[in-house]
Design a protein. Structure first.
Length: 235
């Protein structure tokens, strides 16, 4: 593989201000892509941008707000005229309440970010991707494969995201857009305190970024539709 296999390509990462999204931005930037960093907090996005090996663009947006997502799509068309890679990474947690005690507004926030937000991004950015083909990678979770007591809304959002991904992968397969989902176990970020786990044994954001880099540099004839990512040692 050449050292910059993504040279000339544009990659958008949601939730790029910290954690897994910031690590994915670093990885794709190092592979030669021009990365577009999105999230709600401009200062965090600018912090990510400063650490990248190549120039990037900061375009704040809230994935719960279709108009703000569509504004980013218009800016990408105007600035770059292309989009090759969409990484739907933005997400929020919610791991401290059984479902029957969960306030409905927390249900709404989790589902609107983790599932509806991905729909909005696919709706806004797929027209750009269709022009040349490309990749969509959705960051789900092992909570989208398993039961998660006290995290039912989060789990439901990720089970939904997996079903959305498998379906959209078939919708776009013939149009040269490869759609994949990555389901990591616990990752050492601010999303959750991961009480009782040994943080040194947990997955790190760079581990997820490595998988994303593999997916978007896969030779054209095939694609890995789903990756379940586990730490080598149980944390
Ligand atoms: N950490 C884990 O154990 C783990 C395991 C499996 C999967 N995941 C998934 O990995 C993804 C990234 O999580 P992380 O662990 O890196 O969490 P994190 O450190 O909390 O980062 C989440 C990012 O998403 C952004 N975000 C949240 N709501 C948003 C919105 N409405 N619009 C745009 N951006 C928004 C946040 O920025 P702003 O608040 O500034 O918008 C932040 O940059 C999530 O989808 C998560 O479910 C995490």
């Amino acid at each position: 593989m050449t050292s910059n296999p993504l040279a000339g390509q544009t990659a958008l990462i949601t939730g790029a201000g910290r954690g897994i999204g910031a690590a994915i931005a670093a990885s794709l930037s190092a592979l030669g892509a021009t990365v577009v960093l999105t999230g709600r907090t401009r200062a965090h996005l600018e912090q990510t941008a400063r650490a990248l090996p190549a120039p990037s663009e900061v375009m704040p947006c809230d994935v719960q707000d279709l108009a703000s997502v569509e504004q980013v799509a218009a800016r990408i068309r105007q600035t770059f005229g292309r989009l090759d890679i969409l990484i739907n990474n933005a997400g929020i947690g919610g791991f401290s309440s059984p479902l029957h005690k969960l306030p409905p507004e927390q249900w709404d926030a989790i589902l609107n970010t983790n599932l509806r937000g991905v729909f909005y991004c696919i709706r806004a950015f797929t027209p750009l991707l269709l022009e040349r083909g490309g990749h969509i990678v959705n960051i789900s979770s092992l909570a989208g494969k398993n039961a998660l007591p006290n995290g039912a809304a989060y789990s439901a959002s990720k089970w939904g995201l997996n079903g959305l991904t498998y379906s959209v992968a078939e919708e776009l397969r013939a149009s040269n857009i490869r759609v994949s989902v990555v389901c990591p176990g616990s990752v050492n970020t601010e999303l959750s305190p991961h009480a009782g786990k040994d943080h040194s044994k947990m997955l790190q954001p760079a581990d997820v970024a490595h998988v994303v880099a593999m997916l978007v540099t896969q030779a054209p004839r095939s694609f890995a539709s789903e990756v379940l990512l586990r730490p080598s040692q149980k944390p």
